[in-house]
Write a protein that binds this ligand. Structure first.
Ligand code: 0X9
Ligand code: ZN
Length: 330
């Protein structure tokens, strides 16, 4: 049986192997779909997880991770969700009673692979500045790896979506870390995520979109491209606060101190994926910014491997009662 190891970061190949192993061992509850290819031709693979009861009309929770190459904790967290729903099925099957879950654990495999390729820093925590404009450190790479026409490499996939494209903190300079791309959805990776989002929105099954990022320690809801709160912001705040409270009350040495708010409260930036998912019909749409701190240690995007276990466990609290969330399409 494939078992998810929480003591190191998986490579792209290890993630693919892990997913394939699950599909073989749990064929009645797991389905893999290649939803696109990265610029360098790596597979973008979703895993669809059900309880195997054959119902095809359930609401869907769609989670993605790894938009930004350096945010290593995000795909690790996504793998932990997968592991809990598939391998720890007995403990968690109530979460699959009314929902199917679709998870895309690595949106930007080229950028991630590149960010691991530095010789010097691979096993070491280094502090990357948030607004990184020059790629002095391979490990701090953020964008995809698609060359731009004249100079510099990479598009910021979380500035490449169609809603509010180019607004706020989104750059037109291909050398910047927040380069929005030559046009909306110019990157094959953002096209792939859009296809999944549209599929689920159009069928009316998509109820929660959750995009995992790091390392702000804040859970964000629309909008990010203008200073307006989502129409059903109260529903967002309720759902998010329940999660934040559960994590704060978890039995951890350093209880987390998440905040929440609309995306623009972090900074105004158009073209992100959660604004897009909300616009096209997901009634709940979140950007979950994992933390950069544990106790006194600030690790920003690269938690030391000994902390992986507690950081991912914190995000999966299964001893709270299942509430009855409500939502309204906008
Ligand atoms: O800038 C981003 O894409 C996200 N932060 S990160 O540090 N992970 O890069 C935040 C996106 C939130 N959305 C907006 N502010 N529009
Ligand atoms: Zn990010």
């Amino acid at each position: 049986r494939p078992e998810y190891q929480k003591d190191d970061y998986y490579t792209y190949e290890e993630i693919q192997d892990y997913l394939k192993g699950l599909a073989e061992s749990y064929a009645n509850r797991v389905k893999l779909t290649n939803v696109g290819k990265s610029y360098e031709n790596r597979n973008l693979t979703t895993i669809t997880i059900s309880n195997g009861d054959g119902r095809k009309d359930k609401n869907v929770i769609f989670i993605d991770a790894g938009f930004h190459a350096r945010e290593w904790l995000t795909h690790t967290t996504a793998l932990n969700v997968i592991d809990n729903l598939v391998v720890n099925f007995e403990e968690n099957k109530r979460f699959l009673q009314d929902y199917d879950w679709i998870i895309l654990p690595l949106v930007n495999p080229d950028g991630y692979t590149y960010s691991r390729s530095g010789k010097k820093f691979t096993n070491e925590t280094i502090y990357c500045p948030l607004a990184y404009t020059e790629d002095h450190e391979i490990k701090c790479w953020r964008k995809n790896r698609e060359p731009n026409k004249y100079r510099c490499i990479g598009t910021d996939l979380n500035r490449n979506f169609g809603h509010g494209w180019g607004k706020g903190d989104a750059s037109s300079d291909p050398c910047d870390s927040t380069f929005k791309g030559l046009s909306k959805f110019s990157a094959s990776e953002s096209q792939a995520v859009r296809r999944v989002i549209l599929d689920l929105a159009n069928s009316g099954r998509g109820v929660l979109y959750l995009s995992l990022h790091s390392a702000v320690g804040k859970i964000l809801y629309p909008w990010g491209s203008e200073e307006i709160k989502a129409k059903n912001y109260k529903e967002h705040e309720e759902v998010v606060q329940a999660g934040i409270d559960a994590m704060a009350n978890g039995n951890f040495q350093f209880p987390s101190t998440y905040k929440q708010g609309p995306s623009y409260s972090l900074y105004l930036a158009g073209g992100d994926s959660s604004d897009y998912a909300y616009e096209v019909g997901f009634p709940l749409s979140l950007t979950w910014e994992l933390p950069e701190l544990r106790g006194n240690l600030n690790f920003r995007f690269h938690p030391p491997t000994y902390l992986i276990g507690e950081l991912v466990d914190e995000t999966w609290i299964d001893n709270v009662p299942l509430g009855q969330p409500t939502w309204h399409h906008i």
